[in-house]
Ligand binder design. Structure first.
Ligand code: XMP
Length: 513
C-alpha cells in the first residue's frame, strides 16, 4: 500500500489543491469527509493528517467538526485555517469569532526557527491569509512559532505531538514557500518517502487491472480526449487483446481527429479498435434542430444507441472501462458557501445507459488531470494527445449556433484547425485552458477583391481556467489575433468576419451553447 496523507475536507475551495500539492511532493494523498471516524482513518495507516480550511466558523450551529479522536491517533496533524480553529477549539484553546472569512496578503515572521515546518525557510515572507475567527488562547502544550500583523498565532505547534496549525494557506501560490512548508510536513515531520510517481503507478495499476479483470474482456469508449486515451493505453498494457476500444465518429469531431485516433491506437499501440462511422446518423437526427439543449440531448441519446449496438457487435464483455478522474469521485462536502460543492457538471453527454450490465474498470479514478497527463507520457501516448485541451462531448455541434449542417461543420472545423495550429506555433495552446472557433450563423457584408460578400462570422474564444468552473478570457497578443483573423478569412470559404469573445465565466459560459 502507498504511504499516504489523509486530508479531511471541511469544505474549502482549496481542498483539492492541498491534495495536489502533497502529491507534487511525490506522496500519495486522499481526501476524506471531515467527519470520517478516527478509527476508519487509522485503518488506512496514514503517515499524517491535514485538516483543510473551510468557510464555516466553529461557532456556527452546523459547523463541520471532526471526530476529536483524530488528535489522539499519534500521527502528525497539520491544521490549516478553519482547521486550526477546530484544533484549538477541541484541544482547549480559545477561538474568538471574527467577521466573514476573507483572504488577503500578509507577512509572516517566524519567531521559533526550530519548528520543522519552516526548516530551511527565510525568517520572513509573504503568506495568503484568511481573516475569520482568531485563536486567542493556545491549547495546552502548544506554542506560537510565527506571527503576522493581524495574528499573534499565525502558526502554532505542539512539538512532541507533531501537531501544527496555520492561520494562512500554504497550498495557494500567493504564499511564498508554501510548497516547502507542505514538503517539510510530509517529508520531515511525517517521514514520507518520495514514492508516488507515475512510473511506479503504472506497475501498480497494471497489477490491479489484471487482478480485477482476470481472463474477461473489457470494452472502452475511446473519444480521443486525454482521459479515455490514457485509460486505453494503460488497460492495454495490462490485458492486451482482452481490451476492445470503440471509437464513435459522430461527425462532430475536429479536423483529423478520427485519423489520429486510428493511427495512434490502431496502428501504433495495436489496440483492437472498432471504428463506428455514425456521421450520417448524427446529422440526420440533428436535422434542423436549433435549440441547444435539444441538440445536446439528441447527440447524447444517439451516442448511447450507437455505442450500445457497437458493444453487442464487439462480442461478450464483462467489463466497461471509463476514464473517470479523482475529482469526479470525491464527495464534495455540502456546506453552504462552498462553490465546489454547489456546481455540479451539467455535461456527461457521453454517459452510458444505466441498464448496461457491465462492471466498471476505472484505473484513473485516483488521479488528478496533471497526473493522468504524466501517466500518458509514461505509457508512450503522444504529447499531441496528452496535452490536448478539453473538447466537449457534443463536439462542434455546440460551436455552431443554430442548425448543424455539413457546410457549417466544414467551416467551423477548418477555422478551428487554424486556431489550433496558430495557438500551438505561438506556444499559447499549452498555456491556457481552451482556445477554439465558434460559428455564428449571422451574415454580414464584406468586400473581397471587387466583389461584395455576404458571409458568416467566426468568433474566437480563448480562456484561462483551473477546472472549467470559472474562466477568464485570454489577452492574446495582437499579432497572433491578426494572423488568426487573416488566415480564417482568407482560407475558410464562407467567412468574411472574425470577432474575439471577451467575456468571462460567469456570467458567460466557455462554450457558446
Ligand atoms: P461551459 O460551456 O459550461 O464549459 O462553461 C465548461 C467546460 O466543459 C466543457 N463542456 C463539455 N464537456 N460535454 C463535455 O464533455 C459537454 O456537453 C460539455 N459542454 C461544455 C467545455 O468545453 C469547458 O471546458
Amino acid at each position: 500500500m502507498n504511504e499516504q496523507i489523509l486530508i479531511l475536507d471541511f469544505g474549502s475551495q482549496y481542498t483539492q489543491v492541498i491534495a495536489r500539492r502533497v502529491r507534487e511532493c511525490q506522496v500519495y494523498s486522499t481526501i476524506m469527509s471531515f467527519d470520517t471516524p478516527a478509527a476508519k482513518l487509522a485503518e488506512l495507516k496514514p503517515k499524517g493528517v491535514i485538516l483543510s480550511g473551510g468557510p464555516a466558523s466553529v461557532y456556527d450551529e452546523e459547523a463541520p467538526l471532526p471526530d476529536p479522536a483524530v488528535f489522539e491517533l499519534g500521527i502528525p496533524v497539520l491544521s490549516i485555517c478553519y482547521g486550526l480553529q477546530v484544533a484549538a477549539f477541541f484541544l482547549g484553546g480559545k477561538v474568538e469569532p471574527g467577521t466573514r472569512r476573507e483572504f488577503g496578503k500578509g507577512r509572516l515572521r517566524i519567531r521559533d526557527s526550530g519548528c520543522e515546518l519552516f526548516k530551511g525557510l527565510p525568517s520572513e515572507f509573504q503568506v495568503w491569509n484568511s481573516h475569520g475567527d482568531k485563536v486567542t488562547k493556545l491549547p495546552a502544550g502548544f506554542h506560537g512559532v510565527a506571527e503576522t500583523e493581524n495574528s499573534k498565532h499565525a502558526a502554532i505547534e505542539h512539538r512532541r505531538k507533531k501537531q501544527y496549525g496555520l492561520q494562512f494557506h500554504p497550498e495557494v501560490v500567493h504564499t511564498a514557500h508554501g510548497r516547502e512548508i507542505i514538503s517539510n510536513f510530509v517529508h520531515t515531520v511525517c517521514g514520507c518517502g518520495k514514492n508516488w510517481t507515475m512510473r511506479r503507478y503504472v506497475d501498480q495499476a497494471v497489477e490491479e487491472i489484471r487482478s480485477q479483470v482476470g481472463q474477461e474482456r473489457v470494452i472502452l469508449g475511446l473519444s480521443g480526449g486525454v482521459d479515455s486515451s490514457v485509460a486505453a493505453a494503460l488497460i492495454h498494457k495490462a490485458v492486451g487483446d482482452q481490451l476492445t476500444c470503440i471509437f464513435v465518429n459522430n461527425g462532430l469531431l475536429r479536423a483529423r481527429e478520427a485519423e489520429v485516433v486510428q493511427e495512434v491506437f490502431g496502428r501504433h499501440f495495436k489496440i483492437k479498435l472498432q471504428y463506428e462511422d455514425a456521421e450520417k446518423l448524427f446529422l440526420k437526427k440533428l436535422g434542423k434542430v436549433t435549440d441547444p439543449e435539444r441538440k445536446r440531448k439528441i447527440i447524447g441519446n444517439t451516442f448511447i444507441r450507437v455505442f450500445e449496438s457497437a458493444t453487442k457487435r464487439a462480442g461478450k464483455a464483462r467489463f466497461l472501462a471509463q476514464g473517470t478522474l479523482y475529482p469526479d469521485v470525491i464527495e464534495s462536502v455540502p456546506i453552504a458557501g462552498n462553490p465546489a460543492a454547489m456546481i455540479k457538471s451539467h455535461h456527461n453527454v457521453g454517459g452510458l445507459p444505466k441498464d448496461m450490465k457491465f462492471q466498471l474498470v476505472e484505473p484513473l479514478k485516483r488521479l488528478f488531470k496533471d497526473e493522468v497527463r504524466q501517466l500518458g507520457l509514461e505509457l508512450g501516448v503522444p504529447p499531441e494527445i496528452v496535452h490536448r485541451q478539453p473538447f466537449p462531448g457534443p463536439g462542434l455541434a455546440v460551436r455552431i449556433l443554430g442548425e448543424v449542417t455539413t457546410d457549417r461543420l466544414r467551416i467551423v472545423r477548418e477555422a478551428d484547425a487554424i486556431v489550433v495550429e496558430e495557438m500551438k506555433s505561438s506556444k499559447w495552446y499549452y498555456k491556457i485552458w481552451q482556445s477554439f472557433a465558434v460559428l455564428l450563423p449571422v451574415k454580414s457584408v464584406g468586400v473581397m477583391g471587387d466583389e461584395r460578400t455576404y458571409e458568416f462570422t467566426i468568433a474566437i474564444r480563448a480562456v484561462e481556467s483551473q477546472d472549467g468552473m470559472t474562466a477568464d478570457w485570454v489577452k492574446l497578443p495582437y499579432d497572433l489575433l491578426e494572423r488568426l483573423s487573416n488566415r480564417i478569412i482568407n482560407e475558410v470559404k464562407g467567412v468574411n468576419r472574425v470577432c474575439l469573445d471577451i467575456s468571462s465565466k460567469p456570467p458567460a459560459t466557455i462554450e457558446w451553447e
